[in-house]
Design a binder for this molecule. Structure first.
Ligand code: 5GP
Ligand code: MN
Length: 335
């Protein structure tokens, strides 16, 4: 995967670049934030500066991670991000497989003359716009890939706590706290190495998962008790929340993270979806298990994609129409 020739090339670009930018997908999650900051601090430990530029703000439950305040977003720092991208000589593309996953930053990325290096674990990467691709769809997370990248460079001694904390956070969130089938012995060995070097993992779990606001808890309780629908086939479940309902519970970004997994967790359920109404469109999360893959469902019907067991997409129109479409098409994908 990390071919020697490519590693030598990337190391050379790292050493000789003046303006290194680290990008990751929109609607940030633990893995996109974690991989960006892990790479940023690793480069810093080599004496090399870089800037993390993301399309939009991250959810508050990750804001405790050192360095998150320094992340520039197109949403909040548009001019600065555009300038940085225009003058970049090396751009890392982390945790996304197509330029369209960075929203309004896409055109700036495509227009940039910088060398582009993708490190990602999503299916079917679009390789046309990158110079070097490190893609491993079987890998648990981009954070695990960042570790393996650093390991392949022979630079593990440059992983200190500032690198290890975001790295562990991304591995933890993308594996559903080490539950999903993508979690391998290698994943645990990597974490073992981080722990041997002093990483406090329980503090990371606590900071990430035990800082819920009361309104978040109530929103999730309401969604499960009032809005969970099991389809007549008893294999598919979904939850939907309208913008009014979100408003009623003082919704802030990140409050519904993981909610779709509650629907998937019902005994006998093979596929689940969560519909969230936004301004003029509906954002959807898809989950599956066993033989029930959701990436094709997302791609063929909802302009999206992702992994076989976790994917996302959107629907332009009303919430009820998005649900109606899902209910119609899902039968084709569930086994
Ligand atoms: P989530 O449901 O947690 O937002 O996303 C699950 C997975 O699907 C993540 O790996 C995420 O990157 C991917 N994903 C979410 N939304 C989209 C989308 O609109 N398009 C694509 N291609 N992938 C998405
Ligand atoms: Mn990821």
């Amino acid at each position: 995967m990390f071919v020697k020739k490519d590693l030598i090339q990337v190391q050379d670009w790292i050493n000789n670049s003046k303006n290194i930018i680290i990008t990751a997908h929109k609607s940030p999650d633990g893995d996109s934030i974690g991989s960006s900051l892990a790479l940023h601090y690793f480069l810093k430990n080599l004496g090399i500066e870089s800037t993390v530029c993301h399309p939009d703000k991250m959810p508050y439950f990750l804001s405790w991670i050192e360095g998150t305040n320094d992340i520039l977003t197109y949403e909040q720092n548009k001019e600065e991000v555009i300038d940085k991208m225009a003058s970049a000589d090396l751009i890392f593309c982390l945790d996304y497989n197509t330029p369209f996953r960075i929203g309004k930053m896409t055109q700036h990325l495509l227009d940039s003359t910088a060398k582009k290096v993708m490190i990602d674990h999503h299916q079917d990467p679009n390789t046309e716009f990158v110079d070097i691709l490190f893609s491993d769809p079987k890998n648990s997370s981009t954070c695990q890939l960042i570790y393996e990248f650093i390991e392949s460079l022979g630079q593990l001694e440059h992983i200190d706590n500032l690198v290890a904390v975001p790295m562990y956070t991304g591995i933890m969130t993308d594996t559903g706290s080490f539950r999903f089938p993508s979690t391998t012995a290698k994943t645990h060995n990597i974490v073992g190495h981080l722990i041997n070097n002093g990483l406090n993992t329980s503090a990371i779990h606590e900071n990430t998962f035990d800082t819920n606001s009361l309104s978040k808890l109530k929103l999730n309780g309401y969604a499960i008790s009032e809005k969970l629908v099991i389809m007549p086939n008893e294999k598919v479940a979904y939850i939907s929340l309208s913008s009014q309902e979100l408003k009623d519970f003082n919704y802030t970004k990140g409050d519904t993270e993981g909610l779709v997994n509650r629907a998937l967790g019902v005994n006998g359920i093979k596929m689940a979806a969560f519909f969230k109404e936004d301004d003029g469109y509906v954002k959807i999360s898809f989950r599956g298990k066993g033989e029930n893959h959701v990436n094709l469902l997302a791609n063929e019907n909802f302009e999206g994609g992702g992994h076989i067991y976790a994917a996302g997409g959107k629907f332009d129109g009303k919430l009820e129409d998005a649900i109606a479409k899902y209910v119609t098409v899902v039968e084709k994908y569930v086994k």
